[in-house]
Write a new protein. Sequence first.
Length: 148
Amino acid sequence: MTLLLCALGLFLYLLNSNKNEVLRLRLELRDKEIELSNLRYELRDKDRVIEELRRQLAEKSSPSQELLPPPSGTFVRVIFNEGDTKYYHYLLGDNDVQVGDFVEVYATDKSDGKLKCKVAQVVYISKPGEVSKFAKTEIIKKADRPKW
């Protein structure tokens, strides 16, 4: 009987110490989760600052409207992929292009939102005097080789 009481006492002691250990580990885990959450907030703030600096740098390095010659008023309508139904307007400038030619233009990249040089195909050239309220920038040049 004494042996059974000793075994029961040892079992209760071990059970209590396991509960205390589990409680201590839960508290440590909660503290670590709070610390991780705070670090995520700090990282988000730093990412915002980095994105703002990148945006400012892109604005400084992007082609300036003041450096471009004054627009002629004639514009072209371009598509970026074969079979596209969405058109984009660019000023023609002093470039010699025909319908079907591939040209290089500045366009905003969908993946990162930065201004990049892209190749597009001309699908329409405006008539003299025809104006587009959407055409803001000129095409850069005729593409060296036709490609999508």
